[in-house]
Ligand binder design. Structure first.
Ligand code: ADP
Ligand code: MG
Length: 956
């Protein structure tokens, strides 16, 4: 039944080329053939299922000085010498055939040195069919029951495929059958050409799973040879002229609307079985061989390309026929390429034009290598270099594969013989590099939107129908007659033969029948149109749905892409954070280490500190012990010295008492003399006082006062004998001076000096003090006032002659009150009140001449530290020369005492009692001063003080 296409389904937009990011590396397999009978040395060793090792042959090693060592090459899989063709097929070609049936392209080529087994691998030999016959067999085993009738699919000369209507297909079939008297397609395997009969054994038959049963398939094969960069169609039917063979015309490459490359005008033969296909191949092979022989070419230098195209289109909704829609036709192809032998020009020993050919052969292989290299570089480095596919026909033809139109696989064939070593190594390097190229993974193509299982439903329906028809022999009563049954029940056309001119019956009967048929035809047409319209609307419906689904799919893909991007971003973020955390961990590690070091330091320092503290403690306790010992020693010493001092003081006291006693005695004697003189009242030679030395010192019974009592001189002065200085007569002053000379040093320290000059006076050397004492005694001069009086006294070297006294009438005495300006006002209650006295601060001759009495108010520091005032009185005597002399007669002492003041001597130091005790040792001011200023060691004063003074010990 032929259904004319009425109207067109709205053209769908061409399905967008699905983008795919997944890539697969070029699958490179290695096959090692056994050594030939003549070959001895083997330079290839399979060391694992993926690695082979090349050994440099002995000769080469010697020549190249060991430069060539063992080199290893890894591949997806390595097939050793024992690998069968079937095993190889299972691994290498089967997946490609599978892809082919599932609308994906594939490219498989064999590569290697001539004689390495490329042809053996691809084509095989009788009983050992190669990849090509096995692939064909698998294809037909898989699609066998679903093949479309011949000529339903028709190549459109532009690498596309059309679906012919049934009528045209039928017509072509009839035409083909009429041309071929003998059917080419053998009905069974027994009838095949014995030359390749055993290429495919039935027991090796394998099949692809998951073939779409609702599609119709057709296989087309083409076979081309690329020789010297020319493409020849090996299946072209050219009238063969054995006498003058015509050189075959080369073909050109073109790009179809999908940018796929194809050989323009190349014969594509539809084949319906393995045998037919292989027969076609064999024909091409034969032709190639003949051409090579005729044109004197070497087949090893050409590339042979066998292209298997599989066209498939969905069945219509009824599951009856192939859907008449070119857009629904899918064409996939599997290219099986037996490349030319890879050898260098030198090895071919070609000359002249043959050499050029060889160069070209190598050129195309070189281009293949270059293309692979550039591809790899682009992919690995992200560059965008142009791949020089166009430089050779082979690469140009397969450019789409490398650009992602299908799977690419390569079988590298290796002949382990030593002769091939160097070339084999080059082949290996190229093959290994090829693996690094990645090719986009082909995606599943969209299939039509009809319900699945149409073919089976249709089959079942047909079976059911024929069964019913057989049963009933006509349309079932009561049921509307089906179109088919109605067609069968058309009223038979009556016989149209008119034998009689007056036959009026035949024609009207025919007319009636025709009219009936016409009516029925109209009815069928209407029915058909209705059904067609319905179908059309259904199709439109489905189209719409499909479109929306595609859009939906597209949207989802977009979303998926976004999600992918998000995931990628997050992954990057995670990576970044991980890096950061690693960094931080590293830092923490370092800090931890630093802390450990510091802690270690701290511990050691602590230990040191502890030990030092310990030492300090020890030293402190040692010091304390020493101190205690020293204290003990000091107190011992102090005690000893105290005792010593006491002893000495006692001794001194005794001595002094003795002296005093002597003096008392003398004074008594003197008094006695004076009273005697008075009573005599006449000048008499003064009696010489008894000398001390003459007297035996007697011990005094009563202890006299230690302070000498002031000698009271009566108004009458005894006069020493004039002009006789050597006389032994003694004046009171001389007595006093003598006494003073004998007083202990301690008493003399308080020699007459103003209080403010005390320290200076104390610092005076003893010799000076003594001299002054003498001066005082000799001339009775005021020591501090070396005025005229003194000078005068010295000038008058003669001793003063006793003069007459002034009249001593009551109240007639006049005094010179000599108070030196340096004296201190002491606020004493008892003040000398002398009427009509002439007050002077320095003795003046004028004042002395007017007066007959003289009084000197003299201040000095007493032994207890208090200032005591002495009133030294004397008589003014006129000297012979007209001057005046003062004869001292009396000393009054005024002394202040603080009621709380201790009777002891004042200390200059205010330190504690301990110190006081020690100070008891030093009694003289000089020593005390030195001690006060120069600190003693161990004093708690500042560190600036240094002990450099030694206490001055009093002479015992
Ligand atoms: P190429 O096509 O690479 O030049 P061939 O396929 O023509 O090499 O092989 C050369 C010879 O080596 C042939 O006679 C072939 O039968 C033999 N041969 C190649 N490979 C094998 C193999 N794996 N096992 C047995 N014989 C092989
Ligand atoms: Mg070959």
């Amino acid at each position: 039944m032929i259904r004319p296409t009425k109207g067109k389904t709205p053209r769908r937009p061409a399905p967008k080329k699905p983008t795919n990011n997944q890539k697969d590396p070029v699958g490179v397999y290695c096959r090692v053939r056994p050594l030939g009978a003549d070959d001895e040395e083997c330079c290839v060793e399979v060391i694992s299922s993926t690695t082979i090792q090349l050994h440099a042959p002995d000769g080469l090693k010697a020549n190249r000085n060991g430069e060539f060592k063992e080199t290893q090459y890894s591949f997806k899989k390595v097939f050793g010498i024992k690998t069968t063709q079937r095993e190889l097929f299972e691994d290498v070609a089967k997946p490609l055939v599978d892809d082919l049936i599932h609308c994906k392209n594939g490219l498989l080529f064999t590569y290697g040195v001539t004689g390495s087994g490329k042809t053996h691998t691809m084509t095989g030999s009788p009983g050992q069919g190669g990849l090509l016959p096995r692939s064909l067999d698998m294809i037909f085993n898989s699609i066998g029951p679903y093949q479309a009738k011949r000529f339903v699919f028709k190549p459109d000369e532009k690498n596309g495929m059309e679906v012919q209507n049934q009528v045209d297909a039928l017509l072509e079939r009839q035409k083909r059958e009429s041309q071929q008297s003998v059917p080419k397609t053998p009905s069974s395997r027994q009838k095949v050409d014995p030359e390749f009969a055993d290429m495919i054994s039935p027991e090796d038959a394998c099949k692809c799973e998951g073939v779409d049963e609702d599609s119709s398939y057709s296989v087309f094969v083409s076979y081309i040879e690329i020789y010297n960069n020319y493409i020849y169609d090996l299946l072209e039917e050219a009238p063969f002229d054995p006498i003058k063979p015509k050189a075959p015309q080369s073909k050109i490459l073109r790009e179809d609307q999908n940018h796929n490359m194809y050989v323009a005008g190349c014969t594509e033969l539809e084949v319906k079985s393995t045998e037919e296909a292989f027969e076609v191949f064999w024909r091409g092979q034969k032709k190639r061989r003949i051409a090579n022989t005729q044109l004197n070419r070497e087949s090893s230098r050409s590339h042979s390309v066998f292209i298997i195209k599989l066209a498939q289109a969905p069945l219509d909704a009824d599951g009856d026929n192939v859907l008449q829609d070119k857009n629904q036709v899918n064409v996939s192809q599997l290219c099986l390429v037996d490349l030319a032998g890879s050898e260098r020009t030198s090895r071919t020993r070609a000359e002249g034009s043959r050499l050029r050919e060889a160069g070209n052969i190598n050129q195309s292989l070189m281009t293949l290598r270059t293309c692979i290299e550039v591809l790899r570089e682009n992919q690995m480095c992200g560059t965008n270099k142009m791949v020089p596919y166009r430089d050779s026909k082979v690469t140009h033809l397969f450019k789409n594969y490398f650009d992602g139109e299908g799977k690419v696989r390569m079988v590298v064939c290796v002949n382990p013989k030593a002769d091939d070593y160097e070339e084999t190594m080059l082949v290996m390097r190229f093959a290994e590099m090829t693996q690094e190229v990645e090719v986009a993974r082909p995606v599943d193509r969209p299939i039509c939107g009809f319900a699945a299982g149409r073919r089976q439903r249709n089959q079942a329906f047909k079976e059911e129908l024929s069964r019913r028809l057989e049963e009933r022999g006509g349309p079932v009563d009561g049921e509307p007659p089906s179109t088919l049954s109605q067609l069968q029940n058309l009223p038979p056309v009556p016989s149209c033969e008119i034998s009689d001119p007056s036959d009026d019956l035949t024609l009207p009967r025919v007319i009636e029948c025709m009219e009936k048929r016409m009516k029925m035809r109209q009815m069928f047409t209407e029915e058909y149109n209705k059904a067609a319209n319905m179908l059309k609307s259904m199709l439109q419906d489905l189209d719409g749905k499909l479109l929306s689904k595609e859009n939906f799919l597209h949207e989802q893909r977009g979303k998926l892409g976004e999600k992918d991007k998000m995931i990628q971003n997050q992954k990057n973020e995670i990576d970044r954070l991980e890096k950061k955390s690693k960094m931080l961990e590293y830092k923490i590690d370092i800090l931890q280490k630093t802390t450990n070091i510091y802690e270690e330091d701290k511990r050691s320092l602590q230990q040191e500190l502890d030990s030092r503290e310990h030492r300090l403690q020890r030293e402190l306790s040692e010091k304390k012990r020493m101190e205690a010992r020293l204290h003990g020693m000091v107190s011992d010493e102090k005690l000893r010295w105290q005792k010593e001092c006491e002893r000495r003081v006692n001794a001194k006291e005794l001595e002094m008492q003795n002296k005093l006693w002597v003096k008392d005695e003398k004074l008594k004697q003197l008094k006695a003399i004076v009273t005697e003189t008075k009573t005599d009242s006449r000048p008499e030679k003064p009696q010489r006082p008894s000398r001390e030395k003459d007297r035996v010192p007697a011990k005094r019974s009563a202890s006299p006062s230690p302070v000498p009592t002031p000698v009271y001189t009566p108004s009458k002065v005894f006069r020493p004998a004039p002009l006789s200085p050597t006389t032994s007569s003694v004046s009171v002053a001389s007595c006093i001076s003598e006494w003073e000379q004998r007083v202990p040093q301690a008493d003399r320290q308080g020699s007459p000096s103003p209080p403010q000059n005390r320290s200076r006076a104390q610092g005076l050397p003893n010799s000076l003090s003594r001299r002054r004492g003498r001066c005082w005694a000799k001339d009775c001069e005021v020591p501090d006032q070396p005025g005229d009086l003194e000078e005068n006294s010295y000038r008058t070297t003669q001793p003063v002659r006793p003069m007459h006294r002034r009249s001593h009438s009551a109240g007639a005495e006049r005094w010179v009150d000599h108070k030196p300006s340096t004296n201190v006002e002491l606020d004493t209650v008892m003040q000398p009140n002398v009427p009509k006295a002439i007050k002077v601060t320095a003795p003046s001759e004028k004042a002395l001449s007017k007066c007959d009495k003289y009084m000197l108010t003299h201040q000095e520091v007493a032994s207890d530290g208090e200032i005591q005032t002495k009133l030294i009185k004397g008589d003014v005597i006129k000297t012979r020369g007209g001057g005046q002399a003062v004869q001292f007669t009396d000393i009054e002492t005024l002394k202040q005492e603080t009621p709380v003041a201790p009777s002891r001597k004042r200390r200059s130091s205010e330190t504690g009692p301990n110190q006081d005790d020690k100070d008891g040792d030093w009694t003289d001011v000089e020593t005390r001063c030195s001690v006060a200023v120069e600190m003693r060691a161990g004093s708690n004063l500042g560190p600036g003080y240094q002990h450099h003074g030694y206490p001055k010990r009093r002479k015992p």
